[in-house]
Design a binder for this molecule. Sequence first.
Ligand SMILES: [Zn+2]
Length: 385
Amino acid sequence: MVTQRAYKFRFYPTPTQKRQLAIEFGHARYVWNWALERRTKAYKAQGESLNTIRLSRQLTVLKQTECPWLSEATASCHTQKLRDQDRAFKNFFAGRGKYPRFKRRHQTQSVRYQLDQRHVAKNFNAESKLLKLPKLGTLKLKWSQRMGGIPKMVTVSKDPAGRYFVSMACEVEIAALPARKNAVGVDVGVKDVVVTSSGDKSGAPKYTYQYARQLKKAQRRLSKKKKGSQRRRRQQQRVARIHARIADSRRDFLNQQSSKLINENQVICLEDLNIKGMLRNRRLSKAVADCGLYELRRQIECKAKWYGREVLIVDRWAPTSKRCSECGTIQESMPLKVREWECPDCGTEHDRDINAAKNVLRWGTAGSAETDKARGAVKTPRAVA
Ligand SMILES: [Zn+2]
């Protein structure tokens, strides 16, 4: 299928490029905040919304009068910022997002360039690893992936850890994987992020523990630095770098897990965990957010679309943990601490999570019509030590 695919590459700017980028980021931020203020005023005064065209005209006037220095930066980047804000407002009015906020210096900074499609050959070539942008010249990119097409837009960003990235999206044709016949049920959790009905357990990435001490130390140091000082800034970057490392290894881990599931199975059944509900439990919520269970589901659904796989979501009220996957008996209760149990009816010994994954598979493939014959027969499980 043909789809938009996003690519992200790290790059290393020269000192000159760094200086120019600081100007680009700063000015783009100024434009965003300037436009946001105008929009907010107009919105509060008469509930009207200013559009990009009107703001664009006002911006031109601003450049000619009060802020001639804005012309040091690339003009098209400002137009893109206005468009981004327009989209943020549309999302807000449609109830899909929060009210847009002012941008600050130490958050992620970004500017978007439109690649002129008429002269694109001069500025972009994935084969010879060339990307040229206005006022910056050629960027030194780490081409870590093969790009499958020519992008229309290029976003350059700098994260709080001080790393520079280029993101590009282009239309690519993705070939479906050869069809398979099997289906798998997946139980997602905290201890093992993925447990499958065929008995595979992914474990949980250990980055949290690895980096927790580092992070704690760095944060303690940060709290001792004087506000507004250069040392504090540098320490802030150190903390941000640890956060970035955690986020990177988490994404890698989830990508490995979702790719494995997609490669090996035709149909993937997932439980519709009411993750938001789980998030209300504070102790669990940190762990759930940490494991990135939302992100995992997003990746699985996205990859399934690309590669011609099917994802089936099981109703979240299905008692996946309490049901014996062998005989269908439903147990009265199944406290979280019970990891292994024996079915009092048929005597099968179950691993809690694998049993749940088997139930997910059963309900996913059979649909909700398949309720239990043995629903009345409620029995207390015997925990196996
Ligand atoms: Zn049983």
